[in-house]
Write a protein that binds this ligand. Structure first.
Ligand code: ZN
Length: 159
């Protein structure tokens, strides 16, 4: 990303909005111009330099004891490198700490048990893949409802 004055824009901060949206602010040191970009983590990821931490992820890190914060930072940045992520969001931090494993909320787990056994494995895989794609650390009931509508044709009438 370049400023109008041809200087490279530097990332200033990344703020997490709802779901997987973020607001990234870029700054030009030369003319002191600031520009913001809003979009999904996936879309903005290629625009930021490696190891760009969101405010939320940074805050989480700052609350850990210093020795642990350093370990977690290394762990998350190594994981991000392996996964070709540039941006560290809170969800990605959690996912990195789980080594890319997706957790299930207790309610989502209960619901999965009620899915007919013939399609349970497929549903489980699809849900975990979708959660990982979005950088979500956990499969929730809300995600289940959405995926159910989209993939299994059990539309609830909402558009
Ligand atoms: Zn400039």
């Amino acid at each position: 990303m370049q400023c109008g004055c041809q200087q490279p824009l530097r990332i200033k901060d990344v703020e997490e909005l709802e779901s997987d949206e973020v607001f990234a602010r870029f700054h030009c040191v030369d003319c002191d111009w600031t520009v913001g970009a809003e979009g999904s983590v996936k879309d903005l990821d290629p625009l930021v330099p490696a190891n760009t931490w969101s405010d939320e992820a940074r805050y989480h890190l700052s609350r850990l004891p210093p020795y642990l914060a350093n370990l977690v930072r290394d762990e998350v940045e190594t994981f991000a490198h392996d996964q070709h992520y540039q941006m560290m969001t809170y969800a990605r931090l959690v996912s990195a700490r789980n080594k890319g494993m997706v957790e299930w909320s207790p309610e989502a787990e209960r619901r999965l048990a009620n899915v007919p056994s013939g399609i349970r494995t497929m549903a489980k895989t699809e849900l975990e893949r979708t959660a990982l794609d979005r950088g979500m650390p956990e499969v929730t009931v809300v995600l289940m409802e959405e995926v159910k509508t989209r993939y299994f044709g059990m539309a609830t009438g909402r558009s």
